[in-house]
Design a protein around this ligand. Structure first.
Ligand code: ATP
Ligand code: MG
Length: 367
């Protein structure tokens, strides 16, 4: 996929920024706080429907203004060009258009642009808690499978309703009769999410393993394993998982009522990232953790390509300076067919790494 051009109006510190991109490398450089990451964030928003830095769209509006807009012209192989438009007015929902046609659901945005973002914060995937790992998987899966995104939205809704029910049962014991209905609804959506996560993790793990073999000259074997919050086996199909989940919800019901929330389910899943069979979070050195994230990110690009037959665009936010020479070269080798956007404070770093056509954009104060 290729983002041909981008227009930002009153988006963060960009009043009216128009950029025409190279199909290969786009180096967005400038001093700190000038608006480089804001450009990557806008591209990412077009692909995933959310900013990687905030859940509040109102923060994206330029200070003192009441709306922002993003227009991205995207080209993907085997299909027509697409104009993605996102407009947001304070206190209203996003208004989305694809080729001038309004779309109602944010899920319909998915699949028009695939993007992989790689920033220093991605180290959190390894270092921090399960939320970061779920987020990593959920965002990628949502891009390549809109149905997964809808299921996640459903999951959040149903969990909210079930949790309200749990909180009210003590004061209104009659509500107990409705728990089964909520368990069934929850388990149906959960089983779809769980099977998707299980398949995704296996694919990602295999791809990351071959990347990592190459990067570490076979001295390290990486794995990325899905850990469902209740016991399932590899052969369990969706129906079986649904039933297993209902059983575990029944088992934990009394605890859930005391706590007032659902303690088991996809919102509690995790992923084990291991190197040579040992937890990377607990035993990996900083360098090993960085290498693992690099392998996972390259695997993510490959996975999107396999699933969608399109390479995603790659957004590298401040990562080049964090990688040593070998890893920089390795990354560059791996993304030969990927349109890449790089932010940096100085271009010195790149001149000997870049091959092919590159556009340079100097950003000063949102211009
Ligand atoms: P660094 O090199 O430090 O990462 P950067 O060039 O990537 O910097 P960005 O994160 O893109 O910087 O932009 C930060 C700038 O955008 C800051 O000056 C910040 O004040 C400004 N900014 C953020 N949100 C808004 C907003 N809603 N309205 C106006 N300006 C904003
Ligand atoms: Mg930045």
């Amino acid at each position: 996929m290729i983002v041909k051009s981008l227009v930002l109006k009153n988006y963060r510190n960009h009043t009216n920024t128009r950029l025409v991109f190279s199909d290969r490398f786009n180096i967005i450089y400038g001093d700190n706080g000038q608006g480089k990451t804001n450009i990557l964030e806008a591209i990412y928003l077009c692909a995933s429907g959310r900013s990687h830095r905030t859940a509040k769209d109102s923060e994206l509006i330029k200070f003192g203004c009441d709306s922002f807009s993003i227009n991205a012209n995207v080209f993907n192989i085997g299909s027509l060009e697409k104009d993605i438009e996102i407009k947001y007015y304070e206190n209203q929902k996003n208004k989305l258009k694809i080729n001038e046609i309004p779309i109602k659901k944010i899920g319909a945005l998915m699949g028009n642009l695939y993007a992989v973002l790689f920033s220093p914060e991605d180290l959190f995937i390894v270092k921090q808690g399960p939320t970061e790992r779920r987020r990593f998987v959920d965002i990628t899966l949502s891009q390549i499978r809109p149905s997964y995104f809808y299921n996640l939205q459903q999951l959040t809704k149903i969990l909210k309703q079930r949790n309200t029910l749990l909180k009210n049962i003590n004061s209104n014991p009659k509500l107990m009769d409705t728990v089964d209905i909520w368990n069934i609804r929850l388990a149906e959506v959960a089983a779809s999410i769980i099977t998707a996560r299980r398949t995704f993790s296996k694919m990602l793990s295999n791809l990351a393993e071959s990347q990592h073999n190459f990067l570490t000259e076979k001295s390290e074997k990486i794995s990325f394993d899905y850990k469902c919050s209740f016991q399932i086996t590899e052969d369990d199909d969706k129906n079986k998982i649904q039933n297993l989940y209902i059983k575990s919800l029944e088992k934990t019901l009394s605890r859930d009522i005391i706590l007032g929330y659902t303690t088991m389910g996809p919102h509690r899943d995790d992923y084990d990232i291991m190197v040579n069979g040992k937890s990377l979070k607990l035993f990996g050195s900083q360098g090993q953790q960085r290498s693992a994230v690099l392998s996972l990110k390259i695997a993510e690009i490959e996975l999107i390509k396999r699933e969608t037959e399109q390479y995603p665009v790659l957004l590298l936010d401040d990562v080049m300076s964090e990688l040593d020479n070998n890893r920089q070269k390795y990354l560059m080798e791996s993304i030969k067919e990927v349109q890449t956007f790089v932010t940096c404070t100085s271009t010195e770093h790149f001149e000997n790494l870049l091959s092919g056509e590159s556009n340079f954009f100097k950003i000063v104060g949102g211009n």
